[in-house]
Design a protein around this ligand. Structure first.
Ligand SMILES: *Cc1c(COP(=O)(O)O)cnc(C)c1O
Ligand SMILES: [Zn+2]
Length: 425
């Protein structure tokens, strides 16, 4: 082996990135970068602060970069080299003409995070950001309070990064979500209670042990990962904006950050035109953000979740107020759907687009159909549907309602009988 080749194969040493400083979204107080959950002055949420004078890339520069969410690194809260989860992001945007026809809109696309790398949900985006924040702060143990997908993502990303992971979930969770977490051998702890109980416990855990709980004391950095879904949609549409986006809501972070992401790309001059109308979707059995949008006031009324859409069953959503504001200021709306409607939504998406989504995806499709029936989606609309997690994680939702298919002897005449009975020839 020549010395040139040897040096090409030896990775350059990587130093952890530096995290951007923080500012309170509520009172504007500034503070240094740190693993902290809330503002010390007013308990408001903290956001990373970017240097307004930093150099921003143009379309061609971004397009020439590797197909991961780090191609938008100037809008992510780190400086220096990224050390973890380098290959997450840039999932497909699929045009779905049959779904467009069913919705009665001009065009429709699925933003397909069911195939997100490595854990098959959009939570890979936020965990990619959070683990680099953990690296910036020198934290060797990470964790989360999760409704399932975040557990999968933290366990997978931490395994690859060589970090210890402590994962807390409500005791009632789909088998797929539990198995797709425990296979990575994190410390998986089931808590008797709802997600909101788990979340409260994790706030205490973060304080007591000084770990990086991705959606608690690393939340400011974590949330920024969600913006990359907006960036990708704009780029994949050919540097254009859709007129409407429908997305599921749990804590309300994704919708809040879609608003921020589209806004940042408009501000940077990378896309022109109006901000897409944002539509948020929840299950009837846990719809505190939908109810807030409907009431039009500014306070979440917490709910006790009762739905099969467990991944988005958060009764007291941390970013609910901000999601509702994003929805209102863009001229969108929020829609709740029943469990039966979400199951039908999963089937529609599979049959029309060839995409198998988990329950949250069914909520998005069912909500889009309801919004179209109610006249909120219009014939001239170009709609993006955010499909955030894979159907194999929640097979319980549909396995009981699908036709099983006949079992036959390996005989051609038995097939012929089936073909005849089916009416085909
Ligand atoms: C977490 C999650 C969401 C939305 O989460 P927010 O807390 O609102 O950002 C949507 N879909 C799936 C599948 C999720 O796991
Ligand atoms: Zn504050």
């Amino acid at each position: 082996m020549t010395s040139t080749l040897a040096s090409a194969l030896t990775p350059a040493p990587r130093f952890p990135p530096r995290a951007r400083p923080l500012r309170c979204r509520s009172c504007g107080a500034d503070r240094a970068a740190a693993p902290v959950a809330i503002c010390g002055q007013c308990l408001g949420p903290l956001d990373p602060v970017y240097d307004p004078a930093r150099a921003l890339p143009d379309r061609a520069t971004i397009a020439a970069r590797a197909p991961s969410l780090w191609r938008y690194r100037e809008w992510l809260p780190f400086e220096g080299d990224i050390v973890h989860s380098l290959d997450t992001g840039f999932t497909p945007l699929l045009e779905t003409p049959r779904l467009a026809r069913r919705l009665g809109v001009a065009r429709a696309w699925v933003k397909n995070d069911t195939v997100s790398h490595p854990s098959l949900s959009f939570k890979d985006r936020v965990v990619a950001a959070a683990l680099n924040a953990a690296a910036a702060f020198g934290l060797e143990t990470v964790g989360c309070a999760s409704t399932g997908n975040l557990a999968n993502a933290v366990a997978a990303h931490a395994a690859r990064a060589g970090l210890e992971a402590w994962i807390f979930v409500p005791h009632e969770l789909e088998t797929g979500k539990v198995v797709a977490t425990s296979v990575y051998r994190p410390h998986l702890v089931r808590v008797r209670g709802t997600y909101d109980d788990v979340n409260r416990l994790c706030a205490q855990v973060a304080d007591r042990f000084g770990w990086g709980i991705v959606n608690v004391n690393l939340r400011s950095y974590y949330g920024e990962g969600s913006k990359t879904q907006a960036f990708e949609i704009a780029e994949q549409l050919g540097w254009r904006l859709p007129t409407a986006v429908v997305a599921p809501m749990a804590g309300g972070s994704l919708v809040t950050k879609l608003h921020k992401g589209f806004g940042e790309f408009r501000e940077a001059g990378l896309v022109a035109g109006e901000h897409p109308r944002l539509y948020g979707a929840q299950a009837e059995g846990c719809a505190p953000i939908v109810r807030l949008v409907e009431r039009g006031d500014d306070r979440i009324v917490p709910e006790i979740p009762k739905t099969i859409a467990l991944s988005i069953a958060i009764g007291n959503p941390a970013d609910g107020v901000y999601a509702a504001r994003a929805i209102r200021t863009t001229g969108g709306w929020a829609q709740a759907v029943t469990d039966a409607e979400l199951v039908a939504g999963i089937r529609v998406l599979a049959e029309d687009a060839g995409v198998f989504a988990e329950t949250a995806g069914g909520v998005t499709i069912a909500a889009a159909l309801a919004l179209a029936r109610g006249g909120r989606l219009r014939p001239e609309d170009e709609v993006v549907l955010c499909i955030t997690g894979h159907g194999l994680k929640t097979i319980e939702a549909v396995s009981g309602v699908l036709p099983e298919g006949p079992t036959i002897a390996p005989k051609l005449r038995e097939v012929a009988a089936l073909v005849e009975a089916s009416g085909a020839r």
